[in-house]
Design a protein around this ligand. Structure first.
Ligand code: SF4
Length: 438
């Protein structure tokens, strides 16, 4: 469930059921103002709602004043080990300060930071990392890493409440995807504060994106998480923002920019679709509207599953076709498909989002489609739709599904005599297999 409480980070609300905020972190030396501001503008253009900058030295805290004043999006100061820098960051006007109370020198120093944050109205992000849990939780961490993370987070929350401070969000960072999922599920049921989600040190663009999509996507699909950061080993922070947006778009949690649909290709493909899809994706980055564009590798299916797309192309060896909402617009030589597609998209916007249709060209394209379509071909799309239709009409499938959906405790011994096992999330981090909460 979304958090009950909400905080405001420089005008961006977080928690309480508002759309999940996207954040990232600059990779530059913060005190290098030109480089840092350049990267902040780049990530803001890519769709970051909030940006975090590392503040490990005095000069970074000093640079914060200028950064906060010039940044197009709110700035979070990332502080470790040094409460004086946290105080300076707040004084510099940071819209939020991230710190782990366990590593900045004891409760008195935390209290000092909180006292100033209260006076200035600055929210904090407080949290714990799986790699640096307090000593008294080490044995628990060994026995049950999820319980240890959650306990550490709850102790941090208790400290904030003892200091009469509620203006914060909480993060629990782990490199383990199952532990990230299980601990955030557990914590979301125990505290009302907004949650910052991330899989720490997720990895390269490829593996890190996948780990984050699985970990964060699972939680977000459950309605857990109020702001996300994708951690990738790349100097291009905007890549983290793009991945975050793809996750939110895939879950239909937020809309931003075009949606590209592309078939997986198969042996029917007759043109260089890899290049075409990459080019379409690249050019679509210039558009902000959530226009849906489809790329099909062949016309054998007709327009098929791309019928709902605002625009699409389907190619063959020499000739291809552009269509809109399932209706052919025109046929064009394959090498001009991408250029012509974007001409049509631009004409659509120039006409106030009205598709411009030339009936002569459309009739020609329709004839081309009829020649190339093969209603009897067993394509991946047709096999999938046949399977779906078969499953729907199959009463046995329903019965099997019903038995699978029964609560674990209600299921008796199976044919092999083994009783259903009830999974306990609090003990096993990989046991949390529920997809949604009732
Ligand atoms: S049959 Fe389907 S998957 Fe294969 S190339 Fe054609 S559209 Fe793509």
């Amino acid at each position: 469930m979304a958090s009950k409480l909400q905080i405001d980070v420089g005008g961006v609300p977080i928690g309480g059921g508002v759309p999940v905020a996207v954040q990232t972190m600059t990779k530059t030396e913060t005190a290098n103002l030109a480089a840092t501001m350049d990267q902040i503008r780049t990530v803001a253009d890519a769709g970051a709602d909030i940006v975090r900058v590392a503040v490990p030295r005095e000069q970074d805290a000093e640079a914060l004043k200028t950064i906060v004043a010039s940044s197009p999006i709110p700035v979070v100061a990332d502080i470790h080990f040094n409460h004086t820098l946290a105080l300076k960051a707040i004084e510099a006007g940071a819209h939020c300060v991230r710190l782990n109370p366990g590593n900045i020198g004891g409760p008195e120093k935390v209290a000092e930071v909180i006292a100033l944050a209260k006076r200035t109205g600055t929210p904090l992000r407080v949290g714990v990392n799986s790699g640096s849990l307090p000593k008294h939780l080490r044995q628990l961490e060994y026995d049950n890493p999820v319980e240890a993370l959650v306990t550490a987070a709850i102790e941090t929350v208790a400290l904030m409440e003892q200091l009469d401070f509620q203006n914060f969000k909480v993060s629990m960072k782990s490199t383990s995807v199952p532990n990230t999922i299980a601990s955030n599920r557990m914590l979301s049921e125990r505290i009302p504060y907004p949650l910052h989600l991330g899989v720490t040190e997720a990895g390269t663009k490829w593996s890190g994106s996948l780990k984050s999509a699985v970990g964060l996507g699972t939680l977000l699909a459950d309605g857990i998480g109020d702001t996300i950061r994708i951690s990738l080993s790349t100097f291009h922070a905007e890549e983290e923002v793009k991945v975050a947006w793809e996750i939110l778009k895939a879950l239909k949690l937020r809309e931003r920019g075009p949606v590209l649909i592309a078939c997986p290709t198969c042996g029917r493909l007759q043109f260089d679709m890899d290049t075409v899809v990459a080019e379409v994706e690249r050019r679509l980055e210039a558009y902000e509207d959530p226009v849906e564009v489809s790329v099909l590798g062949c016309a054998v299916n007709g327009i098929g599953e791309a019928r709902h797309a605002d625009f699409g192309i389907t190619g063959a060896k020499d000739m291809g076709m552009i269509y809109s909402k399932g209706e052919p617009l025109k046929k064009v030589p394959t090498e001009q498909l991408v250029d012509e597609l974007f001409k049509e998209i631009d004409r659509y916007y120039a006409a106030g989002r009205k598709v411009q249709r030339d009936e002569g060209a459309a009739a020609e394209a329709r004839a081309w489609l009829a020649e190339n379509e093969d209603a009897t071909a067993m394509t991946p799309e047709r096999i999938a739709s046949l399977e779906a239709a078969a499953a729907e009409s199959d009463a046995t499938a329903d019965a099997v599904l019903d038995s699978m959906l029964e609560p674990a405790g209600a299921v008796g011994p199976g044919p092999g005599g083994s009783a259903a096992v009830e999974l306990d999330e609090s003990v096993s981090p990989v046991a949390g297999r529920r997809f949604s909460r009732g």
